[in-house]
Design a protein around this ligand. Sequence first.
Ligand SMILES: [Fe+2]
Length: 161
Amino acid sequence: MTTIAKNGNEILLEENALSELLVNLNGLLADYHIYYQNLRGLHWNIKGKFFFGLHERFEELYTEAAGAIDELAERILTLGGQPLHTLKDYVQHAKLPVAKNVEDAETSIHVVLDNSRYLLTRFREILQLAQDNQDEGTVAMMGEYIAGTEKRIWMFSSVLK
Ligand SMILES: [Fe+2]
């Protein structure tokens, strides 16, 4: 039986579950910023014959990531938490590796794939945690991110075949 929290939980989710979810969502927010900056780097540094296609594609990806970042931060607020927002916090809390000065097409695509697979794993972990705690809003959000990320992995894997 789920107990309804008393102190400031407006959406009637269990308080202990919320704090664990919030820690995870803030970790994901930090990872997402590293992903975003990795994509900016790929967009700026790409060289070679695939420049035009990939330069534009990476811009699409970071624009999409910026939207997800805002949604995630607002989900954290909706759950009664406070989203991390300083660069220092992001560097401290993120686990996603930084990709620096990547210029060639194949390595760039591997960065997108590795980053996407890492995020996919995190989405699935958070989905499970949210499911275990009746947090259907976060479940739906993770479900959407999982589908989008799986599609991205399919597309970028296809380029390498
Ligand atoms: Fe640009």
